[in-house]
Design a protein around this ligand. Sequence first.
Ligand code: ATP
Ligand code: MG
Length: 422
Amino acid sequence: MANETLRAVRGMNDILPAGIGLWQHFEAVIRDWLASYGYQELRTPILEHTGLFKRAIGEVTDIVEKEMYTFVDELNGESLTLRPEGTASCVRAVVENNLLYDGGKRLWYQGPMFRHERPQKGRYRQFHQVGIEALGYAGPDMDIEHLLMTARLWKMLGLAEFVVLEINTLGGAESRASHRQKLIEWFEAHQDQLDEDSRRRLYSNPLRILDTKNPAMQDLVEAAPKLIDELDAAAMAHFDAVRQGLDAAGVAYRINPRLVRGLDYYNYTVFEWVTDKLGAQGTVCAGGRYDGLVAQLGGKPAPACGFAMGVERLLALMAESGQNPPGAVADAYVVNVGDAATRFAVLAAEALRDAGLKAVLHCGGGSFKSQMKKADASGARFAVIIGDDEAAAGEASVKPLRGEGPQQRVGLAELAGIITKE
Ligand code: ATP
Ligand code: MG
């Protein structure tokens, strides 16, 4: 190891300063958007007990079967897992801290998630999600809120024309049970066409067979019995209300009866926002209702729904659409040549910050010419230029770097005023 080049873990990326502008722009938009709907941030640990994810996500799912980073804490023998998603942790925290004691809660979280998948474009082993969960709300008004929220966010991010909404309903427990029985019968009758994964899931989780990405099984899956034909009146009414809410708000959607989601906890409404601009990794946001999960994790029963978006995929889509916002740029780059100038420049830069401006102090010496090059490359709006002359007089020269304008020499007291005004 000693002489090998050190590298990041495969599938886990550094986010470098050159690319950070897009992240920061996205994060700023997200905060405004969440505040405008009254959601509160929840921060949970990145590590949880492995049992939480097994219980919440389900044993027979891609995530739990093969994607989790699980290890034994050698200090006490506990099995821990890097969180692969946020809903399980959120519900655990809500139950543990009794957050629903005075009614429903609208929550959001963001941060890295970890899944041991084959890295490729739009699929990483550490990736980021922003997730939203509303707990304690049973009605379709909350499903509608989430769908309208997402539609609004795409507009705010300039992505509305690149994504489409797919929705489905999984119904309640009874319709799922009778659908499950019909699916097992259908796939039993076509055993020869099942791949290995599907054969293994036939009795443990036949619904997941519908989610297969195996091209050879698409016809079989297309023709399989549909859950929508099993729905009871309550599930139908909920779904109809969601559709009416979307129609009333003018949000377009298509019903995808094959949309089942890869996690066990969903019921009733499920949805995905998909794009055809990112190749195979086309789902940028996904979620739905999970009314049973709070009780399943030991809480007093409470209905809930939510969704999560893949930040890397959304940023890729934004970049695809030509967005490339710069990171924060300084108001002033403070050039200084000479010992007295350098001492004075420190004070000048502090004075600019006192006035609420962003100032980068040139450090490390060099000629005026080389420092001015750096000032220009920094993207700063102004160069504040200080030589020993200026320092002796307690003054600085101010030169606009973006656009025309005269160079002006002013005292320290007027410096910030000139930059603010321009
Ligand atoms: P996929 O079908 O692409 O594997 P998923 O159903 O496993 O997605 P969810 O668990 O619903 O994904 O996670 C919500 C969102 O997080 C996805 O729609 C996607 O945008 C993003 N996402 C999931 N896994 C990854 C990953 N490994 N790398 C980057 N983004 C991901
Ligand atoms: Mg997946």
